[in-house]
Design a protein around this ligand. Sequence first.
Ligand code: AMP
Ligand code: FE
Ligand code: FE
Ligand code: ZN
Length: 281
Amino acid sequence: MRIDLHAHSNVSDGTETPDGVIVSAVAAGLDAVALTDHDSTDGWESAAAAAQEHGIAFVPGMEISCRTEEGISVHLLSYLHDPAHEGLLEEITKSKDARLTRAEHMVTLLSEDYPLTWDDVIHHVAPGATVGRPHIADALVAAGVVADRTEAFTSILTSHSRYFVQHYAPNPAFAVGLVRAAGGVPVFAHPVASSRGRIVGERTYRDMIDAGLLGLEVEHRDNPQEGRAFLRGLAAEHGLLMTGSSDYHGAGKPNLLGENLTSPEVLARIEELATGSTVVR
Ligand code: AMP
Ligand code: FE
Ligand code: FE
Ligand code: ZN
């Protein structure tokens, strides 16, 4: 069984439609794939339909952008929550709206030095999608400023850049509680990805575990080996599930579907623990 529990479509910053992700998952030889768009579940319906048509299992998911009091970015994966849960829905709507204002602000700053307009960015955002820096990167690529998203993220779009603007994001422990309230299974995404920015310390893990965290994404290309060993220790100590995933973004990132996998036993546990929605087979 080949199971990949982290992939993005153009409902957020992936480059393929939700059904396109399913087609790619079939081509990658997967038996099950989760769609985990940033702060949105809008892709679930079409992904579920495509998965049934192609005979693979679809795991409804989402990735919530969070930030600690110290300003450290945390990504929280949620599996099988109720997409209509009011508290969670209110929170992701707040984040999505804030992302829009933030992207406009970044484009205003960037336009002082680069040939870039808001229209150029919107051109790369699917209707209703969660807007992120990758869409700004796409517009910069089209303008010939950078070669690809990766170059944009290592130069003008880094969090240290003078063009970077933060957006509202919930506290990670609070988000864990909301996911549990919505019947979902919260899993800390790429927790030790130091290349992305500062990583959290012991207190954040404790707060998230106290709030009901159920898993850690151990096998992810951005987690260095030493960090994975630490995560395995933490999982053993607290009885947390361990997942492995690609974080596929279509052509937007080098990550390939199936490059990391989650065991069938762990997916079965996720299904047992969830009460908000179900795996589509
Ligand atoms: P944002 O949430 O708008 O701050 O943008 C962060 C998103 O950009 C992450 O979710 C990643 O999917 C994406 N990202 C980060 N680094 C890269 C990169 N080097 N190449 C492509 N996409 C990236
Ligand atoms: Fe992303
Ligand atoms: Fe992430
Ligand atoms: Zn992701």
